[in-house]
Design a binder for this molecule. Structure first.
Ligand code: HEM
Length: 155
């Protein structure tokens, strides 16, 4: 079965919660990334030179928001078209940025885990369930596959 309206609604609904405190959830997202993979610190320009995760850093927020928002957009596309379609220019850019930053395929699993845990904490135990988790996971996986495919394509 394809991506359902219910799944799309669950992702949209929880993105609305994340949006209410981007500063907090961006920070939480990056703390989780570093908790899962401490070595990832050195890839991010805004993390490698500081001891602590910087509060209110625009680049940190931008990356977190991109991941949250593009995953939400993927959920919408999955329901509407049955697949994730990233514009060619955007995809080329995403491929290049990540290859140049030293990102490799397994890092996408780290970010996935951090994303799911951030959403879980944001919506709270009462709302979080397997269905919501599955919807975010699928939307993220499809987006990540598109980026990884581009990263692994020789120019
Ligand atoms: C940069 C999106 C996954 C590490 C960027 C940029 C975008 C982006 C749009 C450009 C800068 C910006 O606008 O913030 C995404 C999306 C992802 C994803 C949508 C997953 C669906 C990852 C993963 C890693 C990663 C898995 C590695 C753990 C980086 C790094 C940069 C970057 C190191 C350069 C940022 C800097 O140093 O300023 N990403 N990213 N990203 N991304 Fe990702």
């Amino acid at each position: 079965m394809g991506f359902t309206e219910k799944q799309e609604a669950l992702v949209k609904e929880s993105w609305e919660v994340l949006k209410q405190d981007i500063a907090l959830f961006s920070l939480r997202f990056f703390s989780l990334i570093l908790e899962i993979a401490p070595g990832a610190k050195n890839m991010f320009s805004f993390l490698r030179d500081s001891e602590e995760i910087p509060q209110n850093n625009p680049k940190l927020k931008a990356h977190a928001v991109k991941v949250f928002k593009m995953t939400c957009e993927s959920a919408i596309q999955l329901r509407e078209k049955g697949q994730v379609v990233v514009g060619e220019t955007t995809l080329k850019y995403l491929g290049a940025v990540h290859v140049n930053s030293g990102v490799i395929d397994p890092h996408f699993e780290v970010v996935k885990e951090a994303l799911l845990r951030t959403v879980e904490e944001a919506v709270g135990k009462d709302k979080w369930n397997e269905e919501m988790k599955g919807a975010w996971a699928e939307a993220y996986d499809q987006l990540a596959s598109a980026i990884k495919a581009e990263m692994n394509t020789n120019p």
